[in-house]
Write a protein that binds this ligand. Structure first.
Ligand code: AMP
Ligand code: ZN
Length: 147
């Protein structure tokens, strides 16, 4: 889909700080992260909902997300846990209509900060998110630990 921002990333037409890429999927830094090291994993072929992916695509999406989770755990971000999330539809706050799996670090007792960042996100969006240099640094650190 020519107007879909994640299709543009998949086609290499707009910048993304990539953690991983193969012929079917890409993992890249979220431009308005809920916290440092917030990664998105997408299937390259456009599909809005999880049920629009075929079994291979769905399995591969999660296989890549799993590798990103492993890399996060091994990286300097040292999360105590990893959060995997898919918002599958508008009512679940899916804002980009192209399936994407959020992978992000969680820490002990961070629930309040985590929920706070969800509320603060619209403000960060207005400010345009994090600098490309910061996203590139974080992507490099995670890339260095990809299994
Ligand atoms: P969701 O609300 O689950 O649909 O998440 C969509 C995510 O895509 C949000 O966290 C956005 O910050 C992120 N996003 C939107 N545009 C871009 C972009 N060009 N590069 C990286 N992340 C993006
Ligand atoms: Zn798309």
């Amino acid at each position: 889909m020519s107007q879909c921002v994640f299709c543009l990333i998949a086609a290499g037409k707009i910048p993304a700080s990539k953690v991983y890429e193969d012929e079917r999927a890409i993992a890249f830094m979220d431009i308005v992260p809920l916290r440092p090291a917030h990664v998105l994993v997408i299937n390259k072929r456009h599909a809005q909902y999880v049920h629009d992916l075929n079994d291979d695509e769905r399995n591969h999406l999660f296989a890549v997300a799993n590798k990103v989770g492993q890399a996060l755990r091994a990286s300097a971000f040292k999360p105590a846990a990893v959060h995997f999330n898919i918002s599958d539809g508008k009512a679940a706050h899916q804002t980009v209509p192209h399936v994407h799996l959020h992978v992000l670090p969680r820490y002990q007792h961070d629930s309040l900060a985590f929920v706070g960042s969800l509320f603060a996100k619209p403000l960060w969006m207005l400010k345009g998110g994090v600098s490309r240099a910061t996203l590139e640094r974080q992507a490099q650190e995670i890339r260095n630990h990809m299994p």
